[in-house]
Design a protein around this ligand. Sequence first.
Ligand code: ATP
Length: 308
Amino acid sequence: MIQLYLPLNFLGVLYREIRQGLTDLGRMFDLLERECEVRDAPHARDLTLDRAPDVRFEGVHFGYERERAILHGVDLVIPAGRTVAVVGPSGAGKSTLARLLYRFYDVGRPGDDDAARAAAGRITVEGHDIRDLTQASLRRAIGIVPQDTVLFNDTIEYNIRYGRPDATDEEVCEAARAAHILAFIERLPQGWKTVVGERGLKLSGGEKQRVAIARTLLKNPPILILDEATSALDSANERAIQAELRRLARDRTTLVIAHRLSTVVDAHEIVVLDNGRVVERGRHAELLAQGGRYAHMWALQQSDTQGG
Ligand code: ATP
């Protein structure tokens, strides 16, 4: 009996591991697929940072396909520890900027020759062209709070600890507290061991965002990409999340991809992107005073908010 039990038990463990592995593998393949397009240069070096770096997009041209340019010479500077927000209509290329910084793709277009690649601009972190850095070290330095956080079919503890798997229980707990999700977790009948995700407890948009914030707090990256949610949360929840995001961004070099404008008011600079070109830039009050694109978008959103 015991002879039969052991292999079965082993199989059960294996099955659980494979299933877990598949969830993670799905994600890994997703990354690998994209990574095929981007390789470490033979001379690539590790990025080492002892403070928040400055990040620069210098004359960046880009297209996912050879036939269609998406960015046409974008210049953007995020000074060390500051926040720059990118706004603009749907399809303007805002999220593309974030994907390039994380190096899912390289600047330029598929099939570019050396001359075209050289003319396609560059992205630097603390003065290093990101193509000269190892992808692993670059990605270690960047935290992303996405629009819609994907949860693993695993415990809420696993989902938060994912930000830094070797974190202590105290650190995980502290991150949850800072992201204002600790009380919620402690109220669950199974607490930290509650399974979430598709096959577990479904979390609301705001709760998922808090998990993402807690993960990122644990990772503690010097560079942050905030891809603001398009779907509005209820306004009390939204204000709370925004306050947490602002705290998260403090002292980190932050790129905010803003789909709504309420989050960008305090940004060091707001960049208005349209059709892959920067059409306006400045601080909130300056842009309002200019009475241009941003002022128009702001007026529209204000009337939407008041009307809705
Ligand atoms: P939104 O506010 O709607 O999220 P966005 O400004 O973030 O829009 P991007 O996601 O950067 O826009 O997309 C810019 C353009 O690039 C769009 O026209 C989009 O169709 C195209 N695009 C995005 N991803 C890909 C891809 N993987 N392959 C081909 N084209 C893409």
